[in-house]
Design a protein around this ligand. Structure first.
Ligand code: PMP
Length: 367
């Protein structure tokens, strides 16, 4: 490993060391071209190879069917909050979309969609975001153009353990913080998107996977750069794509394939998150995770120390002592406080074990 630091950041997050070493090697002279990847024309053959390989590797990893297109765009997950609405709101008359709001990211997506059409909130309103209400409480509209949800809420640590049944209405999913951490059936979705900076690569690129038949019904005022039809028609090259981010992504996809693919990532993800939740659950209320056990995230684990509202002194001590041991980025999001442990694919079981041991020690000392 490269140094003594373990990065538990929610994103931009840790990248596999092998990927960084390869990037370093390619930095000034990519593949004998005499120039850096950053200096390659996005229309050059060399870059085209990078783009094609990245797409093919992602298709392999997620088993993406041929009737789905893959885009590599700019604008982040936030850009897709708007793009989804512009491109899909028109699918049905009435321009209504159903939104599951289970945390701050789906809340932001719904708010953005309100600019472009009618948003129906599927779940009873709440700002606690600690559970996913039972099906009996869902209010799906009969004429929705699409149904939207966020598979894993990065700040609140709420993750769906099932795919909502929309009775044929196209399903749109934000998988920014858990894509490639478990197997799922792409056929169940209309659109899937994910920002790169957590589980896929470095910031700058957003992957969009879209079912062919949903392309082409965008609203007339859709910004061209976000128009799925235009970007698909130009193989993500309508405008200059984030070339370096796509290159890093390609290296990460290859690394995942070489390390057992999504199946192995899923095993690791379960092992790592189980390790941390076990300590939380057995701490007799010293570590408190507010999230319902049925929907606890495997990739982002928020908890308080000392009580449900947390104890500032203990939480600060935890973060400081962890940092002294080289474990960084454990501070919870400012909106929820406390601690957050992010366990994306590049964080190893061994690194998680190290944190687990620290948590056990901390518990023994301060309980
Ligand atoms: N969705 C989720 C689940 C996220 O965690 C984030 C960012 N942390 C976003 C969307 C927004 O992504 P970006 O900052 O790339 O716009």
């Amino acid at each position: 490993e490269r140094h003594e630091v373990i990065n538990f950041s929610p994103g931009p997050a840790k990248l596999p060391c092998q990927v960084l070493m390869q990037a370093q090697k390619d930095l000034t002279n990519y593949n004998g071209t005499g120039v850096s990847v950053m200096e390659l024309s996005h229309r050059s053959q060399d870059f085209n190879k990078i783009l094609t390989a990245a797409e093919n590797d992602l298709r392999d990893l997620l088993d993406i069917p041929s009737n789905y297109k893959v885009l590599f765009l700019q604008g982040g997950g936030t850009g897709q909050f708007s793009a989804v609405a512009c491109n899909l709101m028109n699918l049905r008359e009435g321009q209504t979309a159903d939104y599951f709001v289970t945390g701050c990211w789906s809340a932001k997506a719904a708010k953005e969609a309100e600019k472009f059409g009618k948003v129906n909130y599927v779940l009873p309103k709440s700002n606690k975001y600690t559970s996913i209400p039972d099906k009996s409480e869902w209010n799906l509209s009969p004429d929705a153009s699409y149904v939207y949800y966020c598979d894993n809420e990065t700040v609140h640590g709420v993750e769906f353990q099932f795919i909502p049944d929309t009775k044929g209405v196209p399903l749109v999913c934000d998988m920014s913080s858990n894509i490639l951490t478990r197997k799922f059936d792409v056929n169940k979705f209309g659109v899937i998107f994910a920002g790169a900076q957590k589980n896929i690569g470095c910031a700058g690129c957003t992957v969009v996977i879209i079912r062919e038949d949903l392309i082409g019904q965008q609203m007339s005022n859709t910004p061209t750069v976000f128009c799925y039809k235009t970007q698909v028609g130009n193989n993500s090259l309508y405008n200059t794509p984030p070339t370096y981010s796509i290159y890093i992504m390609g290296l990460v996809f290859r690394w995942k394939k070489e390390h057992g693919g999504v199946e192995a990532m899923e095993d690791n993800s379960k092992q790592k998150s189980d390790m941390i939740y076990k300590i939380v659950n057995n701490s007799s209320g010293f570590f408190v995770c507010p999230v319902d056990k049925k929907c606890r995230s495997r990739t982002n684990i928020p908890f308080r120390i000392g009580s449900q509202d947390g104890c500032d002194v203990l939480e600060k001590k935890f973060i400081d002592e962890a940092a002294e041991k080289g474990m960084i980025q454990l501070k919870g999001h400012r909106s929820v406080g406390g601690i957050r442990v992010s366990l994306y694919n590049a964080v190893t079981v061994k690194e998680t074990q190290y944190l687990a041991e620290f948590m056990e020690d901390f518990l023994a000392k301060h309980r």
